[in-house]
Ligand binder design. Structure first.
Ligand SMILES: [Zn+2]
Length: 312
């Protein structure tokens, strides 16, 4: 199942205007953050705000009644979906590391709040030493540049998976990607050009920083990466968008999600990760999961369940 051409960006634009009128659900409260400690690692999630996406985009091709049932069971109000945006901040061994950079000023009006969240957390932009990217979608990448298209974090090194870089840096991608996603490709390429000099690339399985291992989780985008943070026995998986919401993706992980570029591969990846997280009782952080995004995965009667660390 794939999202029809034009629907994706049409959905984003609709979300942009709807975002001004529709109040966020309580779990999408901007500024909501979570915290956990793994040995010497201090991990905090910072809110970049939230997106507003029409159901027709996220759930294109799925049976609307079946989707409604899952959303209602999760207490989600009718109308557009408001995915929160959780940027992870890691403080470890003198480094200040961000996982993704948020949406920046030009994407949706309810997003782009990372600078305010960093300020509230007492982190100066100059202190950020590394920005690690899960993938190159606007809500993860575009915040790397400020209003003047200059790097927001003047001293940061960038790290990105090789396959993700290759795909979005290729100037042909804007014409080969489905039409509705062309503007994302153009936007990504423009930013990667500015970032190139300070960017290093890595592969699946590589330890990219002490205690941080890259974990290929392709499908949402061609080179999407997740990251396992580990200190001693304790670990957490920063899953990015490999598990992109806490309702349909948990209850029916094999269903296609409209924001996944290769929906079949993304579903396989999602199932593999959910199975691992539930089996190993490993903590996870989801970029679009509620209550700051930190929690655990449990098997449920149908699929899986997200158990936020911050509780109900
Ligand atoms: Zn995303």
């Amino acid at each position: 199942m794939t999202v029809k051409r034009r629907e994706f960006i049409a959905g984003l634009s609709a979300g942009l205007s709807a975002g001004l009128m529709v109040p966020a659900a309580s779990w999408a409260t901007p500024g909501m953050s979570g915290q956990l400690t793994l040995g010497e690692m201090q991990v905090t999630t910072l809110s970049d705000g939230h997106l507003t996406l029409p159901r027709s985009m996220l759930f294109a091709g799925l049976d609307p009644d079946a989707v409604d049932q899952i959303l209602q069971a999760g207490g989600i109000a009718a109308g557009p979906i408001h995915p929160p945006l959780n940027v992870t901040l890691l403080r470890h061994a003198g480094r200040v590391v961000l996982f993704d950079a948020g949406s920046g000023p030009g994407f949706q009006s309810t997003a782009g709040q990372l600078t305010a969240a960093l300020d509230a957390a007492g982190v100066a932009l100059e202190e950020v030493s590394h920005v690690v990217f899960t993938h190159c979608h606007p809500d993860h990448l575009w915040g790397v540049l400020d209003d003047f298209d200059d790097p927001l974090f003047p001293n940061a090194q960038y790290l990105m998976g090789e396959a993700e870089w290759d795909y979005w840096f290729d100037p042909n991608t804007a014409s080969t990607i489905s039409g509705d996603r062309a503007s994302m490709a153009v936007g990504a390429r423009r930013r990667l050009e500015v970032m190139e000099e300070r960017l290093s690339r890595f592969d699946d399985g590589q330890e990219i920083l002490p205690g941080v291992a890259a974990h290929a989780s392709y499908g949402h985008t061609p080179g999407h990466m997740s990251f396992e943070l580990r200190d001693g026995q304790q670990s957490v998986l920063i899953g990015g968008d490999a598990i992109g919401n806490h309702h349909v993706s948990f209850a029916q992980p094999d269903w296609a999600i409209g924001t996944d570029q290769d929906a079949d591969l993304a579903a396989k990846t999602r199932l593999r990760l959910l199975d691992m997280l539930a089996h190993d009782q490993m903590q996870m952080i989801g970029y679009h999961l509620p209550k700051g995004g930190i929690g655990r995965v449990e098997s449920a009667q149908s699929g899986y369940r997200f158990i936020p660390a911050l509780g109900e």
